[in-house]
Design a protein around this ligand. Structure first.
Ligand code: NI
Ligand code: MN
Length: 225
């Protein structure tokens, strides 16, 4: 499996013919080196919650690639009205797709979708456990630290992606506790540095994380496992 960091909370997840993107915030993120047009043969788009820095370029990407959007029921309903192919899930649910399994996990956050007509209800925010060919990744979405993360230990996660930027989500110290709860083999920090209020040093996280290996990805960099 290959993970490629596209900046903020966005990752490409590739394994065989499966090519998914999580939270594709690209054109709105000046730090991202990937434009939506650069991404070809995308099969799936995962959206953790309704905020603009997570829905991002999902509509354009899903349309251009005829990719299936996997997200919570409320966001799925909203995107379906825009003509996208959607698969609605919800917190705690797992489904077996043709490429592998996906489970939606809880996140402690908001999920409103900002539109020209005002805020649209985006259901509960979540995260994803995505398993393809026996490789398992956990993308937490935006969340504060919760005891629920202790339940993820039994999932035997290979690679977990956790926010560390604070203000809207866990900061470094809370992400250290979350890592201890989840016990993944590898931890990749995300959701830091994009905005002034979420400045955080991933090297500080790496120094403090005694639970597992920390992999810090530059924007555009890939990681194979
Ligand atoms: Ni958010
Ligand atoms: Mn966010």
């Amino acid at each position: 499996m290959k993970l490629t960091y596209l900046g903020h909370s966005s990752f490409l997840v590739e394994e065989g013919k499966f090519k998914g993107v999580v939270d594709p915030f690209l054109s709105g993120n000046q730090a991202s080196t990937t434009r939506p047009d650069d991404i070809k043969d995308l099969t799936h788009v995962f959206i953790t919650h309704g905020h603009g820095d997570h829905i991002g370029d999902a509509v354009q990407l899903a349309k251009a690639n005829d990719a299936l959007v996997i997200t919570n029921a409320e966001i799925a309903d909203y995107l379906s009205s825009k003509g996208l192919r959607v698969h609605a899930m919800h917190i705690g649910g797992r489904f077996r797709f043709d490429f592998g399994t996906v489970k939606m996990t809880p996140a402690l956050h908001g999920s409103g979708i900002k539109t020209e007509k005002g805020m649209v209800y985006g259901g509960n925010p979540g995260g994803f456990v995505i398993e393809v060919n026996g490789k398992k990744v956990y993308h937490a979405g935006d969340t504060g630290l919760t005891m629920d993360m202790k339940l993820l230990e039994s999932e035997k996660i290979d690679v977990a992606m956790l926010p560390i930027g604070g203000n809207f989500t866990m900061d470094i110290d809370d992400a250290i506790i979350a890592t201890d709860f989840i016990r993944p083999k590898i931890l990749i920090p995300m959701h830091y540095g994009t905005f002034q209020v979420i400045e955080a040093d991933p090297k500080e996280f790496k120094e403090k994380n005694k639970t597992c290996e920390t992999v810090i990805l530059e924007i555009g960099q890939g990681y194979d496992f």
